[in-house]
Write a protein that binds this ligand. Structure first.
Ligand code: PBG
Length: 323
């Protein structure tokens, strides 16, 4: 008789599988990105992201309320200006839509963590994530503006800021600015390992933020590079990041797993617009089961080591997880 190892013994029924399950998805893991736009009475569905909307400030409250009712613990706000300009001046305006939305949400005493995306690409005419001179994205000049944005969000009442620009030194710069201005308690969730990815396609339609010349490869990571991504994560930790992020998520599970080995900081995985749209599109065609594929994908990100799952599926996943 050979000594047989039968892996299937513990897979025999659902209760056995429950007992040995290693990864558990929870509503506690979810963070929901929300798009705010100028105007009133706007609740516009994004064609390439069915189920996802752009909201004017007056409409966004209802959406945040709904997220809070689902017990989703956090939201991530993205804004757009009335008018784009070369330097993205509206990004730090006191009456910008993000700043207004934060105040509106806070005045309603909605119990969610309000995080904000700190970047310039939606605010600049050229669509780059920084200040541009002679077709070059300037690093250190951009830091000043990013700090102004983060500060304006903090002043409006944001609970957390999330720089997504990939300039060098932005975490340290933001930390110093926040601290000097009495916001030493506001955490920074750094988009640390953010890749120059095709999966951002639908997002750039929503935000009308595609670069008007060139691409983002001079500041976002090369999708071919794992070690460089880990250096980015290390640097952001040294600079004072409270949470490090890997983005996109599904195609970068190796980066999440390696980051998990590198640090005990919380890790956020941003499952980006293209990941959402692919599942939605295939499900619409009847080629996959949308809900099951969504849950499997989220579980994979968690298994890889992520704590926070930033996903456009947050409400749908929360609905399933509370049942
Ligand atoms: C801004 C930013 C982007 C995303 C989040 N913040 C786009 C980009 O870098 O072009 C992408 C999010 C998504 O695709 O869901 N820099």
């Amino acid at each position: 008789m050979f000594h047989e190892i039968r892996m299937r013994r513990l897979r025999a029924n659902e209760n056995l599988r429950r007992l040995v399950r290693e990864t558990h998805l929870s509503i506690d893991n979810l963070m929901y990105p929300i798009f705010v736009v100028p105007g009133t009475h706007i609740r516009r569905e994004v064609p390439s992201m069915p189920g996802i909307y752009q909201f004017s400030v007056d409409q966004v409250i209802r959406e945040v309320q709904e997220a809070a009712e689902f017990k989703i613990p956090g939201i991530l706000l993205f804004g757009q200006p009335e008018h784009k300009d070369a330097n993205g001046g509206e990004s730090y305006a006191d009456n910008g839509v993000v700043q207004q939305a934060i105040r509106a949400i806070k005045s309603q005493l909605l119990h969610v963590v309000v995080a904000t995306d700190v970047c310039l690409c939606a605010y600049t005419t050229h669509g780059h994530c920084g200040i541009v001179d002679k077709n070059q994205v300037l690093n250190d000049v951009t830091l000043e503006v990013l700090s102004k944005i983060a500060l304006s969000h903090a002043r409006a009442g944001a609970d957390m800021v999330a720089p997504s620009d990939m300039m060098d030194g932005r975490v340290a710069h933001l930390r110093a600015t926040l601290d000097e201005n009495g916001f030493s308690n506001i955490p920074i969730m750094a988009y640390s390992a953010k890749f120059a990815s095709q999966f951002y396609g639908p997002f750039r339609d929503v935000q009308n933020s595609a670069p008007q010349f060139g691409d983002r490869k001079s500041y976002q990571l090369d999708p071919a590079n794992q070690r460089e991504a880990l250096r980015e994560v290390e640097l952001d930790i040294q600079e004072g990041a409270d949470i490090v992020m890997v983005k996109p998520a599904l195609a970068y599970l190796d980066i999440i797993a390696r980051t998990r080995e590198l640090t005990d900081l919380p890790i956020a995985a941003y499952s980006v617009s293209g990941e959402y749209s692919m599942i939605k599109a295939a499900a619409e065609k009847g080629w996959i089961d949308g809900e099951k594929t969504m849950m499997e994908s989220l579980q994979a990100m968690k298994r890889a080591g992520a704590d926070i799952l930033i996903t456009y599926f947050a409400k749908e996943a929360a609905k399933l997880l509370r049942e």
